[in-house]
Design a protein around this ligand. Structure first.
Ligand code: NAP
Ligand code: GCO
Length: 267
């Protein structure tokens, strides 16, 4: 096999959930650059239209659908429509996700459930909808967007950590259950990435100084910076391409080294 050809996504259809902006958009842009046809969804028409315009501005003819990943009927309907209008999905990126930063004892069960529903049930529902056609086609790639919180805890993110820890195990289970059908399911665990989701942690303080959490993350990251959404594009292309055909059930942490580092030693 031509070595570079192994990384090509030419002729592949990629569905990236919640990809009007942020990490999903950057991953989709990378996959389009590698030759894939891009399909994305978001929860309302306004976001989809914004996404379509953003893709167009990058020279990408993306296909956008309104769909909430927690609604099983809507997801099944969307996947059927994509198969008719664009083609069978070769690559699924479960990217849509939310976070709620609330101390655990102040969090309601309804809030906890909402995070689990979007961040864990969503990937289950969308994966389940695409796997049968992947089996028929003889191959498929599923990439679950996990987190540092698939491995670590921290104050206020109990639901998110539970969901992302669960998503890591869902990844391993999909790999175990469907590997024999030439389906590879892997995860990407982004470090701290500068997107709207993390904007509250980077807000400039009234006195003009950097947010204490922002300073904490810089000190905790050997790369000494926040990640950019674009840092996730090439690792995603790798996991979506033939170059990773024997990589299954793996979580690739793209974190500037956070998980490798115990933290700065006292001076
Ligand atoms: P983001 O900027 O908030 O984007 C998330 C996207 O998902 C938004 O377009 C959002 O739409 C969409 N979404 C939310 N609920 C949805 C639903 N039920 N159905 C369909 N789409 C839905 O977040 P991001 O930072 O790009 O994060 C993307 C993924 O990476 C998430 O899974 C997140 O947990 C994960 N992640 C992020 C970081 C980070 O540091 N930023 C690090 C590790 C992992 P709305 O705008 O309408 O909510
Ligand atoms: C937080 C953050 C994180 C990140 C990310 C880390 O409040 O600690 O939002 O959870 O977004 O998932 O990988």
């Amino acid at each position: 096999m031509d070595f570079l050809q192994a990384f090509s996504l030419e002729g592949k259809v990629a569905l990236i959930t919640g990809a009007s902006y942020g990490i999903g958009f950057a991953i989709a842009k990378g996959m389009a650059g590698a030759g894939a046809t891009i399909v994305f969804n978001d929860i309302n028409q306004e976001l989809v239209d914004k996404g379509l315009a953003a893709y167009k501005a990058e020279g990408i003819e993306a296909h956008g659908y309104v769909c909430d990943v927690t609604n099983e009927d809507a997801v099944n309907e969307m996947v059927a429509k994509i198969e008719t209008e664009v083609g069978v999905i070769d690559i699924l990126v479960n990217n849509a996700g939310i976070i709620k930063r609330i101390p655990m004892c102040e969090m309601t069960a309804a809030q906890f459930r909402q995070v689990i529903d979007i961040d864990l049930n969503g990937p289950f529902i969308v994966s389940k909808a695409v796997i049968p056609s992947m089996i028929k086609k003889g191959h498929g790639k599923i990439i679950n967007i996990c987190s540092m919180m698939s491995e670590l805890g921290r104050e206020t993110v109990s639901a998110y950590a539970a969901a992302k820890g669960g998503l890591k195990m869902l990844t391993k289970n999909i790999a175990s259950e469907y590997g024999e059908y030439n389906i590879q399911c892997n995860g990407i665990g982004p470090g701290y990435i500068a997107t709207p989701q993390t904007a509250p942690l980077r807000e400039i303080q009234p006195d003009g100084s950097r947010h204490p959490f922002d300073q904490f993350i810089i000190a905790k990251t050997p790369a000494a910076r926040w990640g950019e959404a674009s840092d996730l594009a090439a690792p995603s292309v790798f996991l979506a391409s033939d170059a990773s055909n024997f990589v299954n059930g793996h979580i690739l942490y793209v974190d500037g080294g956070i998980l490798a580092y115990i933290g700065k030693q006292p001076q």
